[in-house]
Design a protein around this ligand. Sequence first.
Ligand SMILES: *[C@@H]1O[C@H](CO)[C@@H](O)[C@H](O)[C@H]1NC(C)=O
Ligand SMILES: *[C@@H]1O[C@H](CO)[C@@H](O)[C@H](O)[C@H]1NC(C)=O
Ligand SMILES: *[C@@H]1O[C@H](CO)[C@@H](O)[C@H](O)[C@H]1NC(C)=O
Length: 330
Amino acid sequence: MKLQMLWLALVLIAVKINAAKQGNNTTIPALIVFGDSIMDTGNNNGLHTILKCNFPPYGKDFPGGYATGRFSDGRVPSDLIAEKLGLTKTLPAYMSPNLKPEDLLQGVTFASGGTGYDPLTAKMMSVISVWDQLTYFKQYIATIKQHFGEEKAQNILDHSFFLVVSSSNDLAHTFLAQSYKYDRTSYANFLADSAAKFVRELHKLGARKIGVFSAVPVGCVPLQRTLFGGLLSPALDSLDKELDGVIFYINVYDTLLDIIQNHEKYGFEVADRGCCGKGTVAISYLCNSLNPFTCSNSSAYVFWDSYHPTERAYQVIVDKLLDKYLSKIY
Ligand SMILES: *[C@@H]1O[C@H](CO)[C@@H](O)[C@H](O)[C@H]1NC(C)=O
Ligand SMILES: *[C@@H]1O[C@H](CO)[C@@H](O)[C@H](O)[C@H]1NC(C)=O
Ligand SMILES: *[C@@H]1O[C@H](CO)[C@@H](O)[C@H](O)[C@H]1NC(C)=O
């Protein structure tokens, strides 16, 4: 009799594990993000780089109104997506000095403003390459195992949403710096191969639900079309077929372009210049408290500085995109 009960219990456990493995409509335990300034929530604060923004007027619309190292007036997509998944309103930066192990459970961002798939991009800017971000991710999983056990770590790997947002800086800066070495096609090929390699590495480390963002509309536009439409999107489709889990491409480029071109439809007044700074070139070190030209209502602007959208524009993008892709990760 006792033996029968034991069998029944084992069968029930097996059924339960199987249901969890199928992953249909399980909850997402964490959001784990890699990439650049679109997703950085403060990882550059302690680095020796000019690509920082932990000073006003950055963060003027952040809860409490203070600058955290987010490259916007308020929250950035890491936060907004984490909120949409029901996890947290602000996603911690892995490099934050005061993180406790519990703070890691709902996810973190390893993203570093200025980085790219091309190792030279991070090197030129003295920021954290996406490859080094993978090393920190290994450390993250080890910490989860140590404090919360193997099973918890496995649950995070199996069911979390992993997001990679890189390549804007490769396209906007590094390509030009290497024109002696690459033409458009060969650089696009190099970036697509690098992105696919990154996804493979992440999958090897255990990630199973992986979304890869296209770049934002900056830099060389024909290069972007070759990279995303022609190369990266099909490469990710074939990875999705080859590897277990779900791997998909998220077209943020066309979404942001639509918001810029039809900004009035989305309730924005200004789309051709940033809220912070006067002209069209104002990134971190030019957008600061000495700059007298910061607009008062960021919500009327698509761009915060010449490069980064405002929180409100990010919110529009995240709402539009996530509704479309959410069914893939549940
Ligand atoms: C999950 O999958 C199982 C088996 O495929 C199915 O019976 C169940 O209805 C699904 N649940 C949801 C919420 O989709
Ligand atoms: C998952 O299931 C719950 C309850 O069964 C439901 O309320 C929720 O909408 C489902 N979520 C998704 C993404 O299907
Ligand atoms: C800010 O701009 C938005 C969009 O144009 C508008 O809806 C809102 O009322 C403005 N807020 C203030 C305080 O002017």
